[in-house]
Design a protein. Structure first.
Lengths: 437, 304
């Protein structure tokens, strides 16, 4: 038996892929998360009210999602309902995270695969035409920064936000700053659309070259965004069948009735399945499971996606295209939310801490994120984090097998496999810091 | 390159031939952490034009650290792989910068260094065929010489840019208070601590006046008070100010207690108990003996 090992770069965290081959047949494909910090154990005994400051440190990329999920879990335990204004401010926070994350995944992580370079900071004139050569890296970083600046505006700190508090938000956004930022978003929108359009084109070219959009077998899809238009500050988890029917709705607290979680001995991250089947979360799941995007330009992208690839769409490289659509959506949607009055009412209600159990849910860039706390004597007795990347583990390994079988024959291994492994994993944009926590 | 006349510095040849100076090369080694430092670095767009980023697995496909002018190291040493990568990488760097609280002193990982947690961690977590986890998360300078410390969780893009330059181009304010701009009032003296995160923050008034456990008065400046200005008490992620950085944690504790003694009527016992609670243990006192590192203090000249 031969084992092929592929270290991975341009993903969040430390991971590698191992493919076992016997007599030219692929025996197994494994996606291994290689790090572990142990947050579930670390938070034991921590005063519950301090969790919203501690848990963003699970991941500097997804920190906003953890911050909001944590506050919602405490609110659930204390029986507090935040005012609507706080819900909207949290939505702005999560949209900031979508902008930041999707811009990073699209342009920093996956665009180099399409241009055949090591990174967007190393694009030479031979590899891109003169007009795009310098604008890509700068434009991509600017868009990322737009996202983190939006997180700062609504959340205080730019990486580990602080303004979501139990009962609401510690303050709103005054109209002058909101209007200033809305203009910035509107100014950035055409450049974002151009970059997404360019990305779509180079993706088509890559598909022509490699002859495939990757694993296109049907799968279950899971999201917590709303049925009609995306909302990331979510309440209910939904699962769609491989045929495209919405089959289940359940709350965060009921997830064990529907999803099966298991550990493996070859990875520091676990994995989940739905009724024993492969499940997919992240951008393609959201695109398959929303009726409309609810904004003009992102709506155009969705119609184009549905016209070209049908519904539900299964090929994995569409995850990347859907991230582009969401980047545009998040800019349009946050600009619309910033037009509303965000500092007229108190964004916060009083509360009394108490012991008990709480569940917090948000739609993170990679899918539904659940925080589950049991509080005893004001301290965390159990802190559980159900991470969206974990829902994609089986799907990643299945897609790796499809790629491996394509490039490994009885006689030889096509070295395109190395690039294919990178493309497959990056399509799912896994977050290893979160998945292992 | 060695010749009969001895070692010739390649820069001199370049100067002689009038070859334009190449931009300084830098690398980023990410150990066990959250990548928040990397995200912050990516926000500091200016380096794209001024520096050549040759190694940073998060954004560049490169599998080995080449020779670099500056090596930034983030995250703590949590596994044997972290340790091997660290030892290997520092050999290739002229200047080593430890960035972020995890690399400096453990950061959030210190919550896992408690004995009762470590026992469970070691017995439940190890996996076959994966990097072996070490008993504790350890700071970078346990294993390698560090030329510059860049504290913060994470350090701001402005601080990252400053750290890349040689010598660093930055002089921080003495403490967070100086950058915060909230007014300290003489006649507003709370009798008890307000809950840690209870919302309802009055604008423009010092958080201590409002009963929040804010430690910005003795925390190193340079972050532009980005937490306290929107209303969140400082948790001390930048570590102690220059006055306190070479002293033990008791000096920092005393300094904080003195500020509260002057500005509030909160009982000292209540303050002491709150100051050693876990969320502050994340950051506070980590430079000194509180984290149980048993290390000599880091010289203030080496801390940005």
């Amino acid at each position: 038996m031969t084992t092929l090992t592929f270290p991975l770069s341009r993903i969040e965290g430390h991971a590698r892929v191992e493919i076992e081959v016997r007599d030219g047949k692929v025996v197994s494909t494994r996606f291994q998360a290689m790090e572990k910090r142990g947050f579930t154990l670390m938070v034991q005994g921590v005063p519950a009210e301090q969790m919203p400051v501690i848990v963003p440190r699970i991941c500097g990329v997804c920190s906003t999602a953890h911050h909001v999920a944590s506050v919602k879990a405490l609110e659930n335990a204390y029986g507090v309902q935040p005012p609507k204004l706080a819900d909207d401010l949290r939505e702005i926070l999560l949209l900031g995270q979508i902008i930041q994350n999707q811009a990073t995944s699209l342009f920093v992580f996956t665009m180099p695969d399409r241009l055949g370079v090591d990174s967007i900071f190393h694009i030479t004139p031979e590899e891109a035409d003169a007009t795009t050569q310098f604008s890509i890296a700068r434009g991509a970083l600017k868009l990322r920064q737009l996202g983190t600046d939006l997180i700062s505006l609504a959340g205080g700190q730019f990486i580990h936000p602080v303004k979501a508090v139990v009962g609401g938000m510690s303050s709103g956004i005054d109209s002058a700053r909101a209007e200033g930022f809305r203009q910035r978003l509107l100014d950035a929108l055409p450049a974002a659309c151009d970059l997404v359009e360019f990305y779509w084109e180079i993706s088509l070219r890559m598909k022509e070259r490699i002859g495939s959009w990757g694993d296109d077998q049907p799968a279950y899809y899971i999201t917590s965004t709303e049925r009609d238009t995306p909302r990331y500050n979510s309440d209910i988890i939904r699962v769609m069948t491989p045929e495209g029917e919405c089959c289940r709705e359940f709350s965060a607290g009921e997830f064990r009735n529907f999803l099966t979680f298991e550990e493996t001995d070859y990875s520091y991250a676990g994995r989940t399945s739905y009724e024993g089947g492969v499940m997919r979360a992240n951008s393609l799941a959201r695109a398959n499971m929303t009726r409309t995007m609810g904004t003009k330009l992102a709506g155009d992208f969705l119609r184009r996606l549905r016209a070209e690839f049908g519904h539900p769409a299964h090929p994995i490289l569409l995850f990347d295209l859907c991230r582009g659509m969401e980047l545009v959506y998040a800019i349009e949607r946050s600009a619309a939310l910033l037009e509303e009055p965000l500092d007229k009412e108190d964004p916060h209600v009083a509360y009394t801490p108490k012991d008990g159990e709480g569940w917090g849910l948000v739609e993170a860039p990679r899918g539904p994120l659940i925080h589950h706390y049991v509080i005893e004597n004001g301290a965390i007795a159990l802190g559980e984090f159900i991470i969206p990347t974990v829902h994609n583990m089986l799907a990643i390994e299945r897609a790796l097998r499809v790629a491996a079988e394509r490039y490994i024959t009885a006689d030889s291994v096509n070295l395109e496999l190395e690039r294919a492994v990178g493309r497959v994993v990056r399509a799912f944009d896994p977050c290893i810091a979160c998945a292992t926590h | 390159m060695y010749t009969k006349s001895g070692f010739r510095h390649p820069n001199k040849i370049e100067e002689y031939l009038m070859i334009p100076k190449t931009p300084p090369k830098f690398a980023v080694l990410q150990l066990s952490g959250c990548a928040g430092c990397e995200v912050s670095l990516l926000n500091a767009n200016e380096w794209v034009e001024q520096f050549d980023l040759v190694y940073m697995p998060l954004v560049v496909s490169a599998y080995d650290v080449p020779d670099v002018d500056v090596l930034l190291i983030s995250g703590g040493v949590r596994s044997d792989e972290d340790l091997h990568s660290l030892r290997h990488a520092v050999k290739h760097a002229k200047k080593v910068v430890a960035v972020g609280t995890c690399a400096l002193s453990g950061g959030v990982a210190n919550l896992g260094n408690r004995d009762e947690v470590r026992e469970m961690f070691m017995s439940q977590t190890q996996r076959r065929d994966l990097p072996r986890l070490l008993p504790k998360s350890q700071p970078v300078d346990d294993f390698a010489e560090v030329n510059l410390y860049l504290p913060g969780c994470p350090p701001t893009p402005e601080l990252f840019m400053a750290a890349l330059l040689e010598p660093p181009d930055f002089s921080a304010s003495m403490n967070v208070c100086q950058e915060c701009g909230r007014k300290k009032l003489k006649d507003m003296k709370p009798k008890h601590l307000t809950g840690f995160q209870r919302g309802e923050v009055q604008p423009d008034i010092c958080l201590i006046n409002q009963g929040y456990l804010c430690v910005g008065s003795s925390t190193r400046g340079g972050c532009r008070a980005l937490c306290t200005r929107p209303g969140h008490p400082c948790v001390g992620c930048r570590g102690p100010s220059d006055i306190l950085i070479e002293k033990d944690s008791q000096a920092w504790l005393t300094s904080i207690l003195r500020v509260f003694d002057v500005m509030t009527e909160i009982p000292q016992d209540e303050l002491r108990e709150a100051l050693v609670s876990p969320q502050l243990a994340l950051f506070l006192f980590q430079f000194a003996d509180y984290a149980g590192l048993g290390k000599p203090p880091r010289p203030k000249e080496k801390v940005l």
